[in-house]
Structures are given as C-alpha cells and as structure tokens.
Design a protein around this ligand. Structure first.
Ligand code: UD1
Ligand code: CA
Length: 452
C-alpha cells in the first residue's frame, strides 16, 4: 500500500508567544517539524506534503533542507485542521493509497505505533491514534467510544464536564484512504466554539456514512503536543530521556544520565564513558572507548577512539581529534585537526590549527589566529614540544620535533628539530631585592615616627 504523509504545520502557535513559527522551535537543536518528518519517514512514504502558513517561507526552507522531495502547500488562512488537510488535495491528485495525517507540533511518534495504525487500517476505514492522559485538565480533544466503536471526537473547548472527565484523548494522528479522506474533509463545517474546520469532525461524518472507525492507543509521551514554551521544555525532556536510554542500550556509559544533554544527531560509540554534566551541541560524533569527563561542551566535532576529553573542555565546530588524543581542563579547540596521541592538557586555545602526532602542547598555549580582520592557521608537526605559555602568532609553522621555550611569542616559522626562544633573556641582579626592601621598610618606619 502506498503511503502519503500530510503534516500540518501552518498554525501560528499563539501560546508560544514568539516571532518564530511554532514548528521551527527546536528540540535538541532540530526544529520540531524536522522531528515530526523523521518520525513519519519511518513509514517510507511515497509522498510527503507539508501544510505551511505562518512563516511559510522559513518553514519551506527548513523542509527543503530536510527532504527535497517533500511538497510544501500553503494554507493562506488558518481555518482549522480540517481545512488544512483539505489543502493537500491538489498536491495528492492521482495518489491512490493511504494518507497518514501528522501534526508538526507532535514530533515523537514511534515507528511501531505508526505500523500498528497501518495494520489497523486493514480492518477499518478510518484509524485515529489516541492515548490516555494522566492529566485530567489536559486540553486535548476527547475520544468518545460507545459499544466498542469510536463515535466522535469532542474538542476540549466544546466538551461538557462529563466529556472532559474522559481520559482517552486525540493525538491528531489519523490514517485513511486518500479518496475517502478528502471526501470526508470536504463535508466539515465550522459550527463550534472556535469557528474552525475541525479535522476531528470526520469521525462523526464517517460514522454517518456507515464506515468503520477505530482508535489505536499509544503512550502519552509519544503524542505530546507542543503548544507553549512549557510544552517545549517537556518535549525536550522526553527527547533527552529517549536518546539517553538508546545510548545506554548501545553500550555507552552515562554516569549521570539526567545531566547529559544530547542533540538530535549525537552519535556515540560503544564503551565510551560520559561523565556528569556534558552538553552535546549539533554535529558531534564520538567513537568507541573514548572518555568525556565532567563539564565538557562539544559541538560540530569528532572524537576518535580512546581519546580523553576534559574535565571542563570545549570542543567547537571543526575540532577533529584522532585516536588517543588527550584534551585536559580549560582547553578550547576550534577548527583544528589534532593527530594521534597528541596532548593538550591545560588552559589552552587551539584555533585554525593542525597539531601533529604525539606533540605536547604546554599549559597556557594560545594560537593567536585572528589579526582583527582575518583568521590564520598554525601548523605544528609531529613530536613537537610547545613550552608553557607560548603564543603562536599565526600564520606560523612549527616543524617536526621542534620545541619552543616557555613564555615565547612565536612569530616566525621554526624548522624541524629546532628550539625557538622568543623572550627576553633573564638578568639576575645580586642583592638588589634585599637593598630595595630595606629602603622601603626604613621609609615606612620614618613616616610612622613623624605621625606619632
Ligand atoms: C488538535 C486536535 C485535538 C488534539 C490535539 C493534539 C483538532 C481540531 N484538534 O488540537 O483534538 O487533541 O491537536 O495535539 O484537530 N494547523 C494548521 N492549520 C490550521 C490549524 C492548525 O496547519 O488551520 C496545524 C498546526 O500548525 C499544528 C496542528 O495543525 O501543527 C494542530 O493544530 P493546533 O491548533 O495545535 O490544534 P490543537 O488545538 O492542539
Ligand atoms: Ca496542538
């Protein structure tokens, strides 16, 4: 059976109180609509139609980036979810299969739930996804079941107190043959509390036509609908809990899972250990057997097998660490390749650089990569030894096996095997300190006498 996804994403999201269209608000660094699209992609749909309205341009750009085959249809006026689905009709002209309707603000559906809906479609004309809410005040539509049949859906705002007391709620997700769906949505009216064309009305319309309607049940966390910033935070927590559990199943040790913040695309290999309070921004891959110690912040970087990072290290975009690299505390690395076994253990900034294998970068080293206008590269060879507190003024090259004296300001290239000393020579003045302090103490004593 061919499947088309129709994802509703035109709403303003008034309760978000934001200039950004609701479906573009990020969860774990990816827009919630991208999460919804990824969830729907599990069905391997032949067609995907996104209904956009508020911020349509930005939404269309995001969609194109995520799935270039997806079609974006504009719903110029947001007259309700039923009206939104009707907008997909022309885009799906000639499509002969099932339509699965998803909401852009309901991003966490599990593949097996979608499979169960498709399975239920085998025996029923219209399948609705519902869930039992633990919160009696939840403002979801309520599913009214009588004699084992789903009779209708009542929106919270239109529901009687008795109906509101029902815990069985509408997720918004549904599956139906395309031709039937578009026939049903064409019949929807807007005589209700919000004056909107409710998609949910198709349940009653289908019943009236003698079609068979059923509800499939899933977990509440899966159908969390995001309408406010508080919901967004709750959604993020759901994402994090899931992603952490998945990592641990895949053999990653999280010493304090609740304190590790993951991005939608974080990849971590087996037997890697993540200590407390580690934050992953987008685009991080960590291979197996690495250790990320407490309080590290990583984004857009790659950490190879057996490397040790932190505590308190920051890896920024373009940091590429080879196997067995050691990065210690208060070290920042940006756009730099650090080769196998190199050590950068304390208080250092490495930016726009290349560090050769087994080189040791002393405490307080800075690659001075920015001249106020342009960025420049620092290239350090293999087995080099950079003395503590070296300033490497880029562009500059340090050859294999070369060395810099502690406290040097390096402005010229250093040939392989050489020592560069770039600081003023030390000058010891015998007895100077003693005489100097004797003089000061004598002065102080004289003043005290004068004032007494
Ligand atoms: C909807 C359901 C409700 C369900 C809840 C689940 C209806 C009438 N109500 O309510 O039964 O419990 O979702 O989360 O369907 N949208 C459009 N165009 C429109 C209106 C909405 O594209 O004209 C999109 C929104 O962007 C959003 C989705 O449809 O992604 C749902 O709309 P929303 O207004 O959030 O519906 P709820 O009030 O949450
Ligand atoms: Ca909603």
């Amino acid at each position: 059976m061919d499947i088309a996804l129709v994802i509703l994403a035109a709403g303003k999201g008034t309760r978000m109180n934001s200039d950004l269209p609701k479906v573009l608000h990020p969860i774990a660094h990816a827009p919630m609509l991208a999460h919804a699209m990824a969830a729907g992609a599990a069905l391997e749909p032949q067609r995907t139609v996104i209904i956009a309205g508020h911020g349509a341009e930005a939404v269309a750009a995001m969609v194109a980036e995520t799935d270039e085959t997806a079609q974006v249809v504009i719903q110029a006026e947001q007259l309700g979810t039923g009206h939104a689905v009707a907008q997909a009709r022309a885009a799906l002209d000639g499509f002969d299969g099932d339509v699965v309707v998803l909401f852009g603000d309901t991003p966490f559906l599990r593949p097996d739930t979608l499979d169960r809906m498709i399975a239920a479609r085998g025996a029923h004309d219209l399948v609705i996804l519902g869930f039992d809410t633990a919160d009696p005040a939840a403002r979801y539509g309520r599913l009214i079941v009588a004699n084992g049949q789903l009779e209708k859906i009542v929106e919270y705002k239109d529901a009687t107190p008795e109906e509101r007391a029902i815990s069985f709620c509408n997720s918004g997700l549904m599956a139906c043959d395309a031709a039937t769906l578009f026939e049903l949505v064409a019949e929807i009216g807007n005589d209700n509390a919000q004056g909107e064309y409710y998609l949910t009305d198709i349940v009653e319309l289908a019943q009236a036509l003698g079609l068979s309607v059923t509800a499939v049940k899933c977990d509440e966390a899966e159908t969390l609908g995001i309408n406010s910033r508080a919901d967004l935070a709750a959604a993020d927590a759901v994402f994090q809990a899931r992603a952490r559990a998945e990592l641990m199943e895949n053999g990653v040790t999280l010493m304090a899972p609740d304190t590790v913040y993951l991005a939608f695309d974080t990849v971590i290999g087996r037997d890697t250990v993540i200590e407390h309070n580690v934050v992953f921004g987008p685009g991080v891959t960590v291979e197996s057997g690495a250790t990320i110690r407490a309080f590290c912040h990583l984004e857009g970087c790659h950490v190879s097998r057996g490397a040790t990072i932190g505590p308190f290290a920051r890896l920024r975009p373009g940091a590429e660490l080879a196997e067995e690299v050691h990065i210690g505390n208060f070290v920042e690395i940006k756009n730099a390749q650090v080769a196998e076994g190199a050590k950068i253990n304390h208080l250092t900034y490495i930016g726009d650089a290349e560090i050769g294998a087994r080189s040791n970068i002393g405490a307080g080293t800075i690659t001075c990569n920015y001249d106020g206008v342009m960025k420049h590269r620092t290239v350090i060879g293999a087995d080099a030894f950079i003395g503590s507190d070296t300033m490497l003024v880029a562009p500059v090259t340090v050859g294999d096996g070369a060395m810099t004296a502690t406290g040097s300001v390096i402005t010229r290239d250093i040939e392989p095997g050489a020592l560069a000393v770039a600081r003023t020579r030390q000058d010891n003045k015998p007895g100077f300190a003693r005489k100097f302090f004797d003089k000061l103490r004598a002065q102080k004593a004289r003043r005290e006498q004068e004032n007494s």
